[in-house]
Design a binder for this molecule. Structure first.
Ligand code: SAH
Length: 376
C-alpha cells in the first residue's frame, strides 16, 4: 500500500480541510508563484499571469484577475491572498513632500517618503524613498530611526508593497522615476529581502523599473555591499561615510568598528560596477564634529581615484540630541574644497523637514518612548 504524505512543499492543494494556511503571494517572485500554481495543478503560465497582475498592474483582488478561469479564482481566494498596505497616515509638507505611514500586518509601523521634483516644463518627477526594516540596529548617533532600536526585518513583500501602495496614490498617468532604499533601516542588514525586492521592482514582467533608477544606501557593510552588487548589477549604490577618519567615524557610526573606512573604500574601489556607474558617498555635516576644512581635505584624499560623487547632507535636526546643523557658509566651504580637488560634490537640500520626512527623521515615536522608558 502506498502512503500518502503531505509535506509543506507539496501541499494537497485541493484538500478542503479548514487548517489550510492562506499564502500571501505578495513578495513571491515569478518562479515561486509558478510553483504555487503547479502545486495547484494549474499550468505555469497561470503563475506568470498572476505575477504580472500583482506587480505590473498592482491588483490586490484575486477575483479581479479577469484572465484566470473563474473556478481557479475561487480556489485561489480560499488558499491565497495578495497582501497590501493602506496608509495609516499621510502628511504633506510645504515643499510637496509626502510621508506615508503604513501599518504592517503585525501592527508595526514603517514610513515611505514621496518627493516631487518640479521640472521646467511644468511636469513633475517623482521619487520614492522606502524602508527595509522596522527600526535599525546600526545605532548612528545622529539618526532618529536608530533611537527606535531594531524591531524586525521587513519581508521582500513588505518592501515592494510600499512601492505598490505608493504607486496607487500617484496622480493618474504619473510614475516613479526613482526608488531609493534610504528609509528606515539598513538594507544590507536585510540583504536577502532587499535583493528580492530589487528583483521584483526590476523584473520586466513585474514593475519593470530599470536598475539604474534604483539606489540602495548603506552604512557600509563591506562584504554585503559586494554581494549586493554581484546579485543585482546596475543598481545605484550610496555609501554613508560621514567622516574622513576612523576615530571620528567610530564615534558617530558604530559599525565602523567592524567595517572601518579602509575596508569600505577598498571594497568600493573593487566593486564590479558598470562603466557608466559611479558610487555616491553620503556625508552628514555635523557642526564641530566632521565639518572642518581639514575634514574636507582628508575626505578628498580618501576618495581620490574612485569614480564617485559626494552628497553633503547638512544634519536634519530632531530633539534630544546635541548635534547642530552647520552654518550654510561652512557647508559651502566644505563643498568648495571637495570640488576644487576634482570631486563632484552637491549639497542635498532636505525635503519634508517640516513633516519630519527628511533623511534620518523617520521613526515610530512610541517605540522611541518605550525604549527610553526601559532605560530609565
Ligand atoms: N542605513 C542606510 C540608510 C539611512 S538613511 C545608510 O546608513 O545609508 C539615508 C542617509 O541619511 C544616510 O546617509 C544617513 O546616515 C543619513 N542621515 C541619517 N540621519 C540623518 C539626519 N538626521 N540628517 C541628515 N542625514 C541623516
Amino acid at each position: 500500500m502506498e502512503l500518502m504524505v503531505s509535506t509543506k512543499n507539496s501541499p494537497d492543494w485541493r484538500d478542503d480541510s479548514p487548517a489550510q494556511e492562506i499564502t500571501d503571494l505578495k513578495g513571491m517572485g515569478e518562479e515561486e508563484i509558478i510553483e504555487f500554481c503547479l502545486e495547484a495543478g494549474e499550468p505555469a503560465y497561470r503563475g506568470r499571469q498572476i505575477f504580472s497582475w500583482i506587480y505590473a498592474k498592482g491588483e490586490t483582488d484575486l477575483d479581479r484577475m479577469s484572465d484566470l478561469p473563474r473556478a481557479f479564482r475561487e480556489e485561489l481566494a480560499r488558499r491565497a491572498r495578495v497582501g497590501w498596505l493602506e496608509p495609516e497616515k499621510v502628511e504633506k509638507g510645504a515643499d510637496g513632500t509626502e510621508k506615508f505611514l503604513w501599518r504592517l500586518g503585525d501592527g508595526n509601523l514603517v514610513e515611505s517618503v514621496r518627493v516631487p521634483m518640479p521640472l521646467p516644463d511644468g511636469k513633475t518627477r517623482w521619487s520614492l524613498c522606502i524602508s527595509t526594516q522596522v527600526g535599525c540596529a546600526m545605532g548612528c548617533a545622529f539618526c532618529l530611526t536608530a533611537k527606535m532600536g531594531f524591531v524586525r526585518q521587513l519581508s521582500a513583500g513588505e518592501i515592494v508593497e510600499q512601492f505598490l501602495a505608493a504607486r496607487r496614490l500617484l496622480p493618474e498617468g504619473e510614475r516613479y522615476h526613482n526608488v531609493v532604499f534610504m528609509g528606515m533601516g539598513e538594507p544590507l542588514d536585510n540583504l536577502e529581502a532587499s535583493v528580492a525586492a530589487v528583483r521584483l521592482l526590476t523584473h520586466p514582467k513585474g514593475v519593470g523599473m530599470s536598475p539604474r533608477r534604483l539606489t540602495l544606501s548603506t552604512v557600509g557593510i563591506a562584504p554585503k555591499l559586494l554581494e549586493f552588487v554581484r546579485e543585482v548589477p546596475g543598481v545605484g549604490v550610496a555609501v554613508s561615510l560621514h567622516a574622513a577618519d576612523d576615530v571620528t567615524r567610530g564615534k558617530i557610526v558604530p559599525p565602523n568598528r567592524k567595517w572601518p573606512l579602509n575596508e569600505i573604500l577598498t571594497t568600493c574601489r573593487n566593486l564590479p560596477l558598470s562603466e557608466r556607474q559611479r558610487i555616491t558617498f553620503e556625508y552628514v555635516l555635523l557642526s564641530g564634529v566632521n565639518d572642518s576644512p581639514e575634514d574636507a581635505r582628508k575626505l578628498a584624499g580618501l576618495l581620490r581615484g574612485i569614480r564617485c560623487k559626494v552628497n553633503l547632507l547638512p544634519w536634519n535636526p530632531f530633539p534630544d540630541v546635541s548635534f547642530e546643523r552647520p552654518a550654510d557658509s561652512r557647508v559651502g566651504e566644505f563643498r568648495r574644497i571637495l570640488t576644487q580637488s576634482g570631486l563632484d560634490a552637491f549639497v542635498r537640500q532636505s525635503k519634508g523637514l517640516d513633516i519630519r520626512a527628511a533623511c534620518g527623521q523617520l521613526a515610530d515615536d512610541d517605540k522611541i518612548a518605550d525604549r527610553a522608558g526601559r532605560r530609565s
